[in-house]
Design a protein around this ligand. Structure first.
Ligand SMILES: [Zn+2]
Length: 112
């Protein structure tokens, strides 16, 4: 499962950070996940629960901030929210260049 590997990566970052800060408990992990990252939040939550069992992150809250897919037109320079994977500018015949929406990163960690 794709999400299991993602959860593992996130937790590795969190555990490293906790160790560097002599923290003994992770309370909350906030993530930035782009609409286009293809991550299933439910599967991610499940993986997270399995992987945090008996660790300092057990019971930690997983907060997900969804980042919309935004493209910038290569002709008129305007920004648009991309829907249905339509990468053509609605106002001219330009092409929308992806600006955000692929994020998959830890935004913040709350620990004791
Ligand atoms: Zn345009």
């Amino acid at each position: 499962m794709h999400e299991m590997a993602i959860a593992e990566g996130i937790l590795n970052i969190a555990f490293d950070y906790a160790q560097q800060n002599n923290s003994s408990k992770i309370n909350r992990i906030t993530l930035q996940i782009g609409e286009m990252s293809g991550v299933e939040i439910e599967a991610l939550n499940m993986s997270f629960e399995v992987l945090t069992k008996d660790t300092i992150a057990e019971g930690a809250e997983l907060v997900v901030n969804h980042i919309p897919i935004v493209g910038v037109c290569n002709k008129c320079g305007k920004e648009f929210h991309i829907e249905h994977y339509n990468f053509f500018c609605p106002e001219c015949d330009g092409i929308l260049i992806l600006k955000s929406g692929r994020e998959l990163q830890v935004e913040s960690l709350d620990m004791e």
